[in-house]
Design a protein around this ligand. Structure first.
Ligand SMILES: [Zn+2]
Length: 325
């Protein structure tokens, strides 16, 4: 299992296991595509490993976890809790089932590990149902959660979870992961790593999705238009997405990251988060602190208007104006 850019997290998990201090609940959180589930598997592998040097990667338990994928879960004590409902949260029935199951001793070893993956739509009822188990788990239970943001959880839940923030890996690590683990050609890997700011999961999706590639290219063009204050070009680029609220939102999210980069690239050692470094660098040269804050606010309020169902066409047109006023 190769995990890029998260050695401090893995080290922490190993040290806790070594001192027999693994928590009963942990939350692995951060941007989608940054390896939250891979870290959860590593956590489970460490907790369930039967050798002294955990995770050994070789014992029958470790081997089963190494074969675990999103679809196949060969280890009987590493349990992926099923999503349910329209929003892909967890139903109260499902959670009740887990609470019952958690009382039963493990099948194979000393622990049972439950993974609640992608908890971003886990509602309050489900969390309340889970609260007692999280507060007073049987000694053999380890609950793992993954989510984009911590604040999806109730404070009472959060206070029982050990938080682990996934760390972004560098574009260099991302390129290595793409070429070495996924057999992607060097040139493609470089382009994908740059367009996705080193997010491996996103880079893999980007390589297979021409629409995503087109969107990152548009955002680069828009950033250049912003740097040169070319209003009509900016409007023309934004108008490409006026028929698709989802794509328009994604474009604004990416544009906001470009503005963030432009504001921060002046400072050394900042890793870019946006999809086109060159144009962010150009924009950076034209920005005062006040102006970058205004750009960020304009993009943010347009993004919010899109989520609030305001006409996409209207939002994009008025954003073009307010960016260049
Ligand atoms: Zn092992």
């Amino acid at each position: 299992m190769t995990i890029y850019g998260n050695e401090p997290n893995l080290q922490l998990i190993r040290t806790m296991a070594e001192h027999d201090r693994l928590p009963h609940a942990a939350l692995i959180y951060g941007e989608r595509g940054r390896g939250r589930k891979t870290i959860a598997r590593y956590f489970a592998m460490t907790a369930l490993c039967r050798e002294a040097n955990k995770p050994c990667g070789n014992c029958p338990s470790c081997r089963k976890i190494l074969q675990d994928t999103a679809e196949v879960h060969p280890h009987p004590d590493f349990i992926w809790v099923e999503h349910s409902g329209k929003k892909q949260g967890f139903s109260v029935e499902t959670v009740r089932g887990i609470c019952k199951d958690a009382i039963v001793a493990p099948n194979d070893g000393e622990r049972k590990v439950y993974l609640f993956a992608d908890c971003d739509s886990m509602d309050i009822r489900a969390q309340n149902t889970l609260l007692k188990l999280t507060e007073e788990p049987p000694p053999h239970v380890l609950l793992l959660f993954t989510a984009e943001h911590r604040n999806v959880f109730l404070a009472t839940m959060l206070s029982r979870m050990m938080p682990l923030a996934v760390r972004p890996c560098t574009p260099e690590d991302c390129r290595r992961a793409l070429t070495e683990d996924h057999g992607i050609a060097q040139g493609d890997a470089e382009r994908a790593a740059a367009a996705c700011a080193g997010n491996i999961g996103r880079a893999l999706a980007w390589l297979q999705d021409p629409e995503l590639q087109e969107m990152t290219a548009s955002v680069g063009e828009a950033t250049n238009a912003l740097a040169d204050r070319r209003l009509y070009d900016l409007l023309r680029i934004l108008a490409r997405y006026e028929k698709d609220r989802f794509k328009a939102s994604e474009v604004l999210r990416l544009l906001d990251l470009q503005v963030r980069d432009a504001a921060l690239l002046k400072y050394e050692g900042t890793e870019p988060a946006g999809c086109d470094r060159e144009s962010a660098q150009r924009l950076s040269g034209t920005l005062s602190a006040g102006r970058s804050r205004k750009l960020h606010e304009a993009v943010q309020s347009a993004y919010e208007a899109l989520q609030a169902n305001v006409s996409v066409k209207l939002v994009l047109a008025s954003l073009g104006g307010s960016l260049l006023l």
